[in-house]
Design a protein around this ligand. Structure first.
Ligand SMILES: Cc1cc2nc3c(=O)[nH]c(=O)nc-3n(C[C@H](O)[C@H](O)[C@H](O)COP(=O)(O)OP(=O)(O)OC[C@H]3O[C@@H](n4cnc5c(N)ncnc54)[C@H](O)[C@@H]3O)c2cc1C
Length: 452
């Protein structure tokens, strides 16, 4: 099979280093297109179906790139098509380090067309607008595409409705001024500009209620911003409003970093769930008191991505409320009523009565992507899939002078009743070696996803 890119929108290549930031801002800001109304029966074909059975992968992030690449090896007889709205792969892991110039843009940004060519799948840049499960067809801004297997790895969506209800003006003002940069988008560029241009004062950072994307990363961001302000002699205070009763994970490692490295700069406020936000008058009301701010990073509530909702995959609690996350088999990640439709990555809901959700980490999305490539290959051969147990590992940089990191590792095994059991190991001893390991971990992951 030859790889192709049939997009009608422009595709940028990662090599265009000089113009990258401006180009990315321009192209990514155009990505938030309004969802087109889906009329499944009337949509023309995005890609006609050939004789091969087809896997369609939605979302070219950590999970989607992994599954597309590995499927070409595990199931070479299947056609693989990856659909993604963005023109370039923007990695969220290591983006905190990029905010303060520890790594450069080329570290985070990669071409989609190069891995598609390298591994032999089809990449199409398009907005996915709907999924017609009855017809096994995905609807995009540019046409429909039929699938035999579907893998959805669309990440998260950030919801400000719990704070603002339907007040679109408050939501728009918050997104425009205080966005968190927690999804691959131009928000990262805006946040970097904000940090670089900060003249001093109080920045509040609200953490979402768990579960949320990459739980240790907001604390890492606070440390790196504090280190940057120290270096550039900007008089700043960072107030972390945390709905949890304590810093977690890597509790002691972060606490000592805050106390020893950033006294008077970082203030961690526990039990500070947000009750009300006035983004115009710059006040946040929380369960731990009211906070005025000069600037803010507002992490709204995290939920499964829109596409998991369109798939009809969102679970419900025993009393009938939405869980906001996809209900999937805990080891195979398929929908309970369809063995050939999978959801992986951060959209996945609770998988275990012991620990609830897998940590919403790129490492997990990558491991799930590899696993699903095996499951689909086995199904394609008419075999029952054999479950694969995954792991997780996360490094967080807390100091710039010298470069020092802390880490957390999660191991999984089956409990006596077949349920998944998690063991967590915090490595609180900050040191240079863990930063070197982080770089190595990232290089291997990128190699696995895009082959470069
Ligand atoms: C600041 C920060 C630091 C982090 N650090 C780490 C770390 O050190 N280690 C770690 O393991 N993890 C880390 N993570 C978490 C990691 O980024 C996520 O867990 C991982 O990206 C999840 O993979 P995913 O495939 O579910 O989603 P994503 O990687 O977000 O990919 C989803 C893709 O789907 C696309 N998409 C969504 N909807 C549509 C649509 N309708 N049409 C077309 N395309 C669509 C999106 O554009 C996106 O490219 C970090 C995250 C952040 C924000």
């Amino acid at each position: 099979m030859t790889s192709s890119c049939t997009t009608r929108r422009s595709v940028l290549h990662a090599g265009a280093a000089g113009a990258l930031s401006a180009g990315l801002a321009a192209t990514l800001s155009g990505c938030a297109q309004p969802m087109a109304p889906a009329v499944a029966t009337a949509t023309p074909d995005l890609l006609p179906k050939g004789r091969q059975r087809r896997v369609v992968v939605l979302g070219g992030g950590w999970g989607g790139l992994t599954v597309a690449r590995h499927l070409r090896q595990t199931a070479p007889d299947l056609e693989v098509v990856l659909l993604e709205r963005n023109p370039l792969f923007w990695s969220c892991p290591l983006s905190n380090k990029w905010l303060v110039d520890v790594v450069d843009t080329q570290f985070l940004v990669h071409s989609y067309t190069a891995p598609a060519r390298r591994f032999g799948y089809t990449f199409i840049q398009t907005e996915v607008t709907d999924i017609d499960r009855a017809k096994r067809r995905v609807i995009t801004a540019q046409g429909g595409i039929d699938y035999d297997w579907l893998v959805v790895s669309a990440g998260i969506r950030v919801s400000y409705e719990p704070w603002f209800g339907n007040d679109r003006r408050a939501i728009a003002h918050t997104v425009a001024n205080y966005a968190s940069a927690y999804v691959p988008s131009a928000e990262h560029l805006a946040l970097k500009q904000k940090i670089k241009g900060f003249q001093g004062g109080t920045i509040v950072m609200t953490l979402p209620p768990p579960p949320h994307r990459c739980p240790p990363s907001p604390y890492e961001r606070a440390c790196l911003m504090a280190a940057h302000f120290q270096r550039s002699k900007v008089k700043a205070k960072i107030v972390i409003l945390d709905p949890k009763p304590r810093i977690a994970p890597i509790t002691a490692g972060y606490r000592t970093a805050f106390e020893e490295l950033y006294p008077g700069i970082i203030q961690h406020v526990p039990n500070a769930g947000v009750k009300e936000v006035d983004p115009f008058n710059k006040v946040v009301k929380t369960a731990a008191g009211d906070f005025r701010f000069d600037d803010a990073i507002f992490m709204g509530h995290h939920q499964a991505a829109d596409l998991a909702w369109k798939l009809g995959a969102i679970g419900t609690t025993p009393d009938g409320k939405s869980t906001n996350w996809a209900a999937v088999h805990p080891e195979f990640y398929n929908l309970k009523d369809d063995p050939q439709v999978y959801v992986i990555g951060d959209s996945v809901g609770a998988v275990s009565p012991q620990f609830g959700h897998y940590p919403k980490a790129g490492h997990v999305a990558n491991r799930q992507g590899r696993s699903v490539a095996h499951y689909i290959a086995q199904q394609a051969k008419g075999q029952a899939p054999t479950p694969i147990i995954i792991d997780n590992l996360c490094y967080m940089l807390v100091n710039l002078d010298p470069l020092e990191a802390i880490a957390v590792q999660f191991d999984y095994k089956k409990g006596p009743e077949g349920q998944l059991i998690q063991t967590q190991f915090d490595d609180n001893d900050r040191r240079r070696k863990l930063w070197d390991e982080d770089l190595n971990w990232y290089r291997l992951a990128v190699q696995d996803m895009v082959g470069a």
